[in-house]
Design a protein around this ligand. Structure first.
Ligand code: ZN
Ligand code: MN
Length: 469
């Protein structure tokens, strides 16, 4: 179901992002690298919530949260506070979560930012630092499980929670916003969104006139679009009145299920955390963080458009991938065929650029680009050589030689193929006359008949053939 076919949808997101770049948890010296550990192995009296312990703030976490705030155009507070968010649940060993709060005298570390997604502004309400709860594992599904297991390795991991205003209009916009957010945060080097559960999302959804429903436990950004589409459809179908409640996204069944009526803020009994001092960030400290900050994906993409003349699509794809853009910049120091270079890279090397760069170092990659530029091989053959080199670990030049890759540039040979294609699809020529799409289709047909033909020559000869007919 598409937006616009019913009451207006308003979606606000709460994104929890683990600061995976940190070596230790937010308030204790436990290792934050818990993913390969046995349950309850990476815990200590502080994160296990034993009485009499005191939290000590990880200064690096403050720096990371400040960077995220600045990158999302927020105002960073000179003085922010930790609050206790009280609730009783087995994933929370202390019975409260140390978090931040922006009401009743509370101040979060950053607030009032915005992110642009395809020309639309999504306002960021606030960014707060808080600790991750432990992880519960259920037998089967959450609503039918007869018991659950708890692992506190995750308890106390540093999280940044990013809260948006309800400015998002549908599931597709939500997905784009999250992708944008993820590439920004990854380019800061503070979090690796590829790690399981490192970026999680809760969504508040309301249809005009209806109550606000919160969907929790969306474990990855991939699931967000599905969960939102389901929930919007559910509210449209079952309305009258959606009730204000918290629902759980069940990944396996691809449905949301009711968990509980929605907590109100007063249920959490927020109050200032007496065991931690305020976070003080002098303007000079904020300026220092800003200065040392890595370039974020957006800035990088526009630099690629301006400095290298890349198409904005290629620039965006490159800039969103930290390793790939580093590889691109290394190659750009050796050769100025930027567009061809970027085009060969994106897609073929995107998946694991660092490993790819070991097999195909910049010098060799540039050599391959030159072969394509001089028409000695086609772009498709260039990609084929890259894939083969990555698969086998052999040098690209050697792959080109041994597979005897070479473009057909002989105009007579290509003209013969064109004749064959044209005569086997009568009418195609007339259609291509003045119709760009039909023309490209015809070029494609010729390349299908002779994949080694140099596409530029095919297009040129085909255009000539059209003028003659
Ligand atoms: Zn600990
Ligand atoms: Mn939170």
């Amino acid at each position: 179901m598409q937006a616009g076919s019913g009451p207006k949808v308003r979606i606000g997101l709460e994104v929890h992002c683990q600061l995976t770049a940190l070596k230790t948890k937010l308030f204790c010296p436990c290792s934050s690298d818990y993913r390969a550990s046995e349950p309850n192995e990476k815990i200590c009296p502080v994160c296990f919530g034993l009485p009499g312990t005191l939290p000590v703030l990880n200064a690096k976490a403050v720096e990371c949260a400040t960077m995220i705030g600045l990158a999302l155009n927020c105002t960073v507070a000179n003085r922010s506070l930790f609050y206790r968010k009280n609730y009783f649940y087995p994933d929370l060993p202390k019975g409260f979560q140390i978090s931040q709060y922006d009401k009743a005298g509370g101040v979060a570390i950053a607030s009032s930012g915005s992110v642009e997604v395809e020309g639309k502004r999504v306002r960021i309400t606030r960014i707060q630092l808080e600790e991750d709860p432990g992880k519960l594992t259920y037998e089967g599904t959450i609503d039918k499980s007869s018991y659950s297991l708890v692992d506190y390795n995750r308890a106390g991991i540093a999280l940044v929670e990013i809260v948006t205003e309800p400015d998002i209009g549908d599931a597709r916009e939500a997905k784009m916003f999250l992708e944008r957010l993820r590439s920004t945060i990854e380019s800061l080097g503070v979090s690796n969104g590829e790690l399981d559960g490192a970026m999680r999302c809760d969504a508040n959804i309301s249809l005009a006139g209806g109550a606000r429903v919160e969907v929790k436990n969306i474990s990855s950004f991939k699931e967000v679009e599905k969960a939102l589409n389901y929930e919007i459809l559910r509210q449209r179908t079952f309305s009258g009145n959606a009730t204000s409640e918290t629902r759980h996204w069940d990944e396996r069944r691809s449905i949301t299920i009711a968990l509980r009526s929605k907590e109100e803020e007063q249920d959490y009994r927020y109050f200032p955390e007496p065991d931690l001092r305020p976070i003080v960030m002098e303007p000079s400290a904020i300026a220092a963080v800003r200065k040392a900050m890595p370039e974020v994906a957006d800035t990088k993409a526009s630099r690629y458009v301006n400095d290298f003349g890349l198409s904005s699509q290629l620039a965006k794809e490159l800039a969103a991938n930290k390793d790939l853009s580093a590889f691109f910049e290394a190659c750009a120091r050796l050769h100025d065929g930027y567009q061809e270079m970027a085009g060969l890279m994106v897609g073929e090397l995107s998946a694991n650029a660092t490993a790819a760069a070991r097999v195909v170092p910049p010098v060799e990659f540039v050599g391959l680009v030159r072969m394509v530029e001089s028409s000695s091989i086609t772009r498709a053959q260039g990609k084929e050589a890259l894939r083969e080199a990555l698969r086998t670990g052999r040098a690209v030049a050697e792959v080109v030689r041994s597979k005897k890759l070479s473009a057909v540039v002989d105009e007579q040979a290509i003209a013969a193929v064109i004749e064959r294609v044209v005569s086997s699809s009568p009418g195609a020529l007339e259609q291509a006359l003045g119709d760009k799409k039909a023309f490209s289709y015809l070029v494609g047909q010729v390349l299908k008949a002779e994949p080694k033909a140099q596409p530029g020559i095919v297009a040129k000869l085909l255009a000539q053939r059209l003028r003659e007919s």
